[in-house]
Design a protein around this ligand. Structure first.
Ligand code: FEO
Ligand code: CA
Ligand code: CA
Length: 742
């Protein structure tokens, strides 16, 4: 989500504020003491790294963590020299940074828009006029296209076909709205109340699309006649599933049994599953709820702690949806305690507890409904990405919580993988996602890490002073508090993650953190640590930005190459920076061809090509947001690095683990978006010849007062001329029909 104002009414975003002022250490220095620094240097990052590279895999990674003082060195077994596989080469030249109101691609590539905000998804809905008067978003593309996945269909369109390259479903998120352009005159308020028609449109423009696209005459287009096409909005009824279902946390006047909810909200990034379903992740949902001043006095200490931790302190104004009418479709956005029932079955005090989850949808089966998979925890979910499943082993999903100083998580299923479940849809989701263990990550200063279970068996959680946990459901609702109790590492805003298909390593973007300081740390202001090692100054126009301004990408390698492992190794794959920044900031030695700021989307194609997308507000004086292609190495391919942080007169040196610097042959800018957009959402056909990318909120910095003068719109993309800008999905192909990127 962008650093800019999204809703005209709410200038600051929760992910920017951060609500984590728990007293957690930033990194562990006790539990990993056995992993001596000398052992790490010798076994993992120092002289043995060449050996590790040569025998890459479980054994090499495990050796990385062993203590050389107590483990005898085994005699190496000679192995035949493998025939070297030539390294893949980029098939495009770097696109230059620019601030054009255009989507810039390399020579030899072209794009077409296939699904723009407001496009009708059936034949009964009128074409989109794009003047702010359109209605009927239940059957139109929502706004703010975000994460997206491709689900292949057979030629007849009757069933799943993972190998299909020319007919498929796209499932995608509509994270938010650009209210200025959604309404004729921008968002309005009349006597303190939001007009119902505006709120109805805003609610319907959020959520998820499932659409069928088909290639005919060599070009993809939306199939408006498809029965697969549908929308899920912030008002669609869906089920709660997993430990939270039926608990007192989620009982409302709408669902007195706590087993249903309405709507999915602020859907950011996504995932899919080994059984062919779609996962849509609820991010900044907290921002939509109002709660009156004085509500704390009628709440329990636990409730007050939880609401504060999730950013809905008393006095929260929400975005005004609760003011649009007296029916519960509107009043549910006010979560003040108004009723007298003990559990909240006569009001909506618990409504916010029904958001913040990973939601599973079967794109192939509209009738299967959607389920909030509560065991994957409740936070500002960015995406949920699975490790390659292995028969007889648990299924593992990795996730980030995008707010300043929040955490990285994984979920490990109780059931072990059975390939016979690959076509079972939501029934497989019931099996693997409703029962398991949620873990939070703790990064050691020495390049090791731990996954800490968030369960009642964890004494730090059961005995936590900041919140009294009573059950697993409690942990799944108040995951951030449980992670605080567990002593997790506070990170620089975890965005997407992705698993390298070549070796199972997991890449997490940490987009930026203005709360990193060099001196005067207190509350949410944190000193840098090994896993979040930078705090510095960066100039943008007349402003000086401070903190981890440009973000970084951290990666993990599970010990034993086992996704269910309780320990891992890590290093920082990449430090984002402007190429002309001081060497102490541009630690990965980025150049004009690959410098970037605020990595957000990150996604491996199954060919091993890594795509990095930016959602930036720091470097936008020089360039619009972008997407880069990368051919990364592996954890431990660099070494130890010292970061000399400096803000003002204060300095602080931090030691970290840095990957090998990228080169022009391993990191290259592939596209630059139009003005005011972020680049997010990516999917690909399995032949690697068609890439789908979402362009979110072009022109979002336009003021409602300027609607009468199109020359003042920040962007007119994609229609051009004097048109209002629109979020949109584009299809990118090579003009010679070849594969994308490599
Ligand atoms: Fe919706 Fe954290 O990006
Ligand atoms: Ca994002
Ligand atoms: Ca700058």
């Amino acid at each position: 989500m962008s650093a800019h104002d999204r809703h005209g009414e709410q200038p600051i975003e929760l992910e920017e504020i951060g609500t984590n002022d728990s007293g957690n250490p930033s990194f562990d220095s006790v539990l990993n003491a056995r992993l001596s620094r000398r052992g790490i240097l010798r076994g993992g990052m120092g002289g043995a790294s060449a050996l590790l590279l040569g025998s890459f895999g479980a054994a090499g990674l495990a050796a990385c963590g062993s203590d050389g003082d107590s483990t005898p060195t085994p005699t190496p077994t000679p192995t035949p020299t493998p025939t070297p596989v030539p390294a893949p080469k980029f098939n495009f030249n770097a696109v230059a940074k620019n601030v054009n109101d255009a989507l810039t691609l390399p020579d030899g590539y072209s794009y077409q828009v296939i699904y723009a905000a407001g496009d009708p998804i059936n034949n009964a809905t009128a074409a989109y006029k794009n003047d702010g008067t359109d209605v009927g978003f239940d059957f139109r593309a929502g706004d703010h296209h975000d994460g997206m996945n491709w689900f292949g269909l057979n030629a007849a369109g009757t069933a799943r076909d993972a190998a299909s390259t020319d007919r498929g479903l796209l499932a995608m998120n509509h994270e938010n709205i650009t209210a200025v352009f959604l309404h004729a005159n921008g968002p309005t308020t009349v006597a303190g109340l939001r007009p119902q028609a505006e709120v109805d449109k805003e609610i319907a423009a959020h959520g998820v699309s499932v659409i069928e696209i088909r290639k005919t005459d060599g070009k993809f287009a939306l199939n408006r006649s498809s029965n697969y096409n549908r929308r899920y909005t912030a008002q669609t009824p869906l089920a709660l599933s997993g430990p939270v279902k039926g608990s007192a946390h989620v009982k409302t006047a709408y669902a007195t049994g706590g087993d249903f909810a309405r709507g999915t909200l602020n859907n950011c990034a996504t995932g899919d599953t080994p059984w062919g379903t779609f996962l849509t992740c609820e991010e900044n949902w907290a921002f939509y709820f109002a709660r009156a001043t004085g509500d704390d006095a009628v709440r329990s200490a636990n409730e007050v702690a939880a609401l504060k931790r999730y950013g809905i302190a008393e006095g929260a104004k929400g975005n005004g949806w609760h003011t649009a009418g007296n029916t519960d479709a509107y009043t549910r956005w006010n979560i003040a305690k108004l009723g007298t029932s003990p559990e909240g079955t006569d009001d909506f005090r618990n409504e916010a507890n029904t958001f913040g989850y990973v939601v599973e949808i079967d794109p192939y089966n509209a009738g299967a409904g959607a389920k909030k998979r509560t065991h994957l925890g409740r936070f500002a979910h960015e995406c949920a990405v699975y490790a390659k499943p292995v028969a007889g082993k648990p299924v593992v999903f990795y996730m980030g919580d995008d707010s300043r100083n929040e955490y990285i998580y994984k979920y490990v299923s109780k059931a072990v993988w059975d390939a016979a479940d690959a076509d079972k849809g939501m029934a497989a989701g019931d099996k693997y996602l409703d029962e398991g263990t949620l873990y939070v990550a703790k990064f050691g200063a020495d390049g090791s890490g731990q996954w800490i279970p968030l369960t009642m068996a964890n004494a730090a959680i059961a005995g936590y002073a900041g919140y009294t946990f009573a059950s697993l459901a409690d942990i799944c609702v108040n995951t951030r508090l449980a992670a605080d109790a567990a002593g997790a590492t506070k990170m620089d805003r975890p965005e997407w993650c992705s698993v390298n298909p070549k070796n199972g390593e997991v890449y997490f973007t940490l987009t930026n953190n203005s709360n990193r300081v060099v001196a005067g740390a207190s509350g949410s202001k944190l000193l840098p640590d090994a896993a979040n090692p930078r705090a510095y100054e960066d100039v943008k126009g007349a402003a000086t930005q401070t903190g981890n301004v440009n973000g970084h990408i951290i990666r993990t390698a599970e010990d034993g190459a086992d996704p269910a492992s309780l320990t891992f190794k890590w290093d920082i794959y990449l430090f984002a920076a402007q190429s002309d920044a001081d060497a102490a900031v541009n630690l990965s030695s980025l150049t004009a061809e690959n410098d970037m700021s605020s990595p957000d989307g990150i996604w491996f194609g199954q060919n091993g090509l890594l795509w990095i997308q930016t959602d930036d507000g720091a470097y936008t004086d020089v360039t619009n947001c972008m997407m880069l292609a990368a051919l990364p190495g592996q954890v431990g391919d660099g070494g130890s690095a010292n970061v000399m942080n400096k803000i003002g007169a204060n300095t602080l040196e931090v030691t970290t683990r840095k990957g090998k610097n990228p080169s022009a042959d391993s990191l290259r800018r592939f596209l630059v978006g139009p003005k005011g957009c972020e680049i997010t959402g990516i999917a690909q056909t399995p032949d690697f010849k068609t890439l789908f990318v979402n362009i979110q909120h072009p022109g979002e910095n336009t003021k409602a007062a300027d609607l009468g003068d199109p020359s003042k719109y920040e962007s007119h993309w994609p229609q051009g001329g004097t048109a209002r800008p629109r979020s949109a999905t584009v299809v990118i192909t090579r003009t010679d029909g070849g594969t994308i990127g490599i």
